[in-house]
Design a binder for this molecule. Structure first.
Ligand code: ADP
Length: 526
């Protein structure tokens, strides 16, 4: 406790009506080895409390209403760990009661009626100091925990980001093997295994990154008017949830009606896909999944029900906490981090909605219900048409000259192979300065540039190319693990035409190349 008596946190603050009284009290305390500090007025007292104090010794006569008011303010600004011991000298029994009443809301007050013996004062101060010392220990512990928590969140965000590079290379390699690989039964099966497992990995990394962004307060919504029916149908058809249910031999019933909400379509798709994915994961083969979407009691509601494993009552609320998995269902799971539902809840809450889970218990199936604020009357508003995807986005694209600037060797070479299989002419560079040199020397149609490059980062590479080739527009595409809106903004400002987040889906890459090099607003030279 007396490790560092000089620290402000070990000081005894004294506030008396005249300077002389305060100095006298300080003198007495210092004779007992206690460091004290005489405060001239309530402002100095409050300032000293903020800087750190063990105990405050106050004379009743100094407790004017404005002093009490200021003291209350200073104490309430302390953290929840704080309960500063106050020792008040009073004039007698009656005034003690009045003081207790005034200081009631402040809490930890000890009354000493005059005349006060020195030993009584010293023992009261020492008891207060001991209590305060414990409070500071709690404060330090809370700070260390918050710090560790923040570092853990930052670590998870960094881990997710770092995992994207290897995943990008693996994904490219799978595509190459599919286009050019052997048709041997064993080889095809092994490829399918790699593809399925990579898909799981990509999902887990995406969840990890999204949860980190939510906890670090970095997720932004691109809000527009969205029809939840279209969102759900896109999840089922284009995003593969129907296929997934079929492959698990699950019967799927879908009953949807149009219902508009204000939201980010991509994030809402993530919500519905996560719930559907779980329904598939936790329902044995031969089971049933029922999806309903529509207005209910003035809200927009999505219900995903299954007759699978179910959830016991004690787990129903906990499954929305990060890293929670029900022990019995873990055995059935194809893997997961217990982050899907926390993400669902955070995203739904960001949209001003709620999500609940219902189940009659183990073996009785589960129902997940998302409630969102409903917007206007769905039927009156025109719904955006969904463009059907071309069957093979790569077919019929004219060959391009493409420069790949990427320092990760596997990522670079697999991307080169992929682009060459598509018929493009490819050259590569491993770092920023080489990237600029190649771009200026051979002036390709498109440069695909990583952002985190040695020498010069991708944004500087883009700036230099743009500055040197003013007017002759080469299409510049950033391919990066950094997916934050501000990263995207910075890249577009640096001169990039498009921004793709790793692991880039080859179909999306093919689409971007086509959009940038043929018709449309972003057309460049052929
Ligand atoms: P993960 O599925 O990756 O474990 P989630 O956060 O998506 O993580 O789900 C947390 C837990 O909630 C799961 O581990 C599972 O125990 C339980 N759960 C989620 N959805 C269902 C469901 N439809 N049926 C039964 N249990 C479920």
């Amino acid at each position: 406790m007396d490790a560092n008596l000089e620290a402000p946190e070990n000081r005894v603050l004294v506030l008396a009506p005249t300077g002389r009284d305060a100095l006298l009290a300080c003198d007495l305390l210092s004779q007992s080895g206690l460091e004290s500090f005489a405060c001239a007025d309530e402002a100095e007292l409050c300032q000293a409390i903020e800087e750190g104090a063990a105990v405050a010794v106050l004379a009743e006569e100094a407790l004017h209403p404005w002093t009490v008011h200021a003291l209350l303010g200073a104490l309430s600004r302390q953290g929840p760990w704080s309960d500063l011991p106050l020792i008040v000298f009073t004039l007698g029994e009656r005034s003690s009661e009045a003081v207790l009443e005034t200081l009631g809301p402040l809490g930890n007050a000890t009354i000493l009626e005059r005349p006060v013996r020195v030993s009584t004062l010293v023992s009261a101060v020492k008891a207060g100091m001991r209590a305060r010392h414990r409070q500071y220990e709690v404060r330090d512990l809370l700070r260390r925990q918050a710090d560790a928590d923040r570092r853990k969140d930052e670590f998870l965000a960094m881990l997710g980001h770092e995992l994207r590079n290897p995943l990008a290379a693996i994904r490219n390699a799978i595509w190459i093997l599919e286009e050019a690989g052997s048709e041997d039964y064993q080889d095809v099966r092994q490829r399918e295994v790699i593809e399925r497992q990579t898909h799981h990995l990509v999902r887990m990394v995406d969840d990890l990154l999204d949860v980190s962004r939510v906890t670090l307060g970095k997720i932004g919504l691109h809000v527009q008017t969205v029809d939840l029916q279209s969102v759900t149908e896109r999840c089922l058809n284009e995003l593969g949830m129907k296929r997934l249910a079929e492959s698990h031999e699950l019967a799927l019933t879908v009953e949807t009606g149009p219902v508009l909400v204000q939201g980010d379509p991509v994030r809402l798709e993530q919500v519905v896909c996560n719930l559907l994915h779980n329904a598939v994961k936790y329902t044995p083969r031969g089971g049933e999944i029922d999806v309903r979407v529509g207005p209910e009691d003035g809200e927009a509601v999505v219900r995903v029900r299954d007759n699978g494993l179910g959830i016991s009552g004690d787990m129903l609320n906990r499954i929305f906490e990060p890293f929670t998995q029900v022990e019995s269902s873990r055995k059935r799971s194809e893997g997961g981090l217990g982050l899907g539902l926390p993400l669902v809840r955070s995203l739904v809450e960001l949209h001003g909605g709620t999500v609940e889970a219902k189940s009659k218990g183990h073996g009785c199936g589960s129902e997940f219900i998302v409630h969102l604020p409903r917007l206007g009357n769905a039927v009156d508003l025109p719904l955006p048409a969904i463009q059907p995807e071309p069957a093979n986005p790569v077919e019929d694209d004219s060959p391009l000259r493409i420069l790949v600037v990427e320092d990760n060797r596997d990522g670079r070479e697999s991307l080169r192979d992929l682009l060459e299989i598509w018929g493009h002419e490819v050259e590569v560079a491993e770092n920023g300065p080489d990237g600029v040199e190649h771009a200026l020397a051979s002036q390709p149609d498109v440069a695909l540039i990583d952002i985190g490059l040695p020498g010069l980062d991708g944004n500087e590479v883009a700036q230099r190319i743009r500055a040197a080739l003013d007017g002759d527009r080469m299409a510049l595409v950033a391919m990066t693990g950094y997916g934050q809106p501000e990263d995207r903004r910075r890249a577009l400002q640096a001169g990039f035409d498009a921004y793709l987040v790793k692991p880039v889906d080859p179909e999306e890459l093919a689409r971007t190349l086509r959009e940038l090099t043929t018709g449309g607003g972003l057309a460049v030279r052929n």
